[in-house]
Design a protein around this ligand. Structure first.
Ligand code: GDP
Ligand code: MG
Length: 164
């Protein structure tokens, strides 16, 4: 059985783009509209010589009630069942939101598995301050990536390989 790596984060940070990058196919729908992915999706990921099952989480917009933070927690609880590690993705171009900060705090306390902070959309100078903010998540050194441009995959490997 392959290790299971769950991709978490609020809508529109690039979770599905990262999922597609890791799986190497367009299995997850990417859209400019937040929260377009309807389902949880799984695929077989390859990152250098690392193989694992990757799970894209979504569907936050379909929950009936509750704050974004509540819905993120509910969705993540299910996705984290049986997971080996999680990637918590933030958007380095917009910087951290309150939902990101709350969710990271909850993950640190409740997830019970290793979590890597991923500062996505890190290509270019517009992301520099967002990357610095990602240290404030308290999840260790964030991995700077551009899922869209395929940058930072070696750094993600370095962070993930010891955990799975
Ligand atoms: P999700 O809601 O977290 O699954 O986010 P998506 O993967 O659907 O991406 C949301 C938007 O961010 C889309 O317009 C993507 O093209 C864009 N995006 C994803 N990754 C990157 C990146 O590395 N850099 C930039 N600039 N945009 C990205
Ligand atoms: Mg998505």
């Amino acid at each position: 059985r392959l290790p299971r790596v769950v991709i978490l984060g609020r809508p529109n940070v690039g979770k599905s783009t990262l999922f597609n990058r890791l799986v190497g196919k367009k299995l997850a729908l990417v859209d400019d509209q937040p929260g377009v992915t309807r389902d949880r999706r799984e695929g077989k990921a390859r990152l250098l010589d690392l193989e694992f099952t990757v799970i894209d989480t979504a569907g936050l917009e379909e929950a009936e009630a509750g704050s974004l933070s509540d819905r993120m927690r509910a969705q993540s609880r299910a996705a984290l069942e049986g997971a080996t590690a999680a990637l918590f993705v933030v958007d380095a171009r917009t910087g951290l939101t309150e939902a990101d900060r709350h969710f990271a705090r909850w993950l640190r306390q409740e997830a019970g598995l290793p979590i890597i902070a991923v500062a996505n959309k890190s290509e270019g100078r517009a992301a520099e301050s967002g990357l610095m903010e990602a240290f404030e998540l308290g999840l260790g050194d964030p991995v700077a990536m551009s899922a869209e441009h395929g940058e930072g995959l070696a750094d993600l490997f370095e962070a993930l390989a010891p955990l799975i």
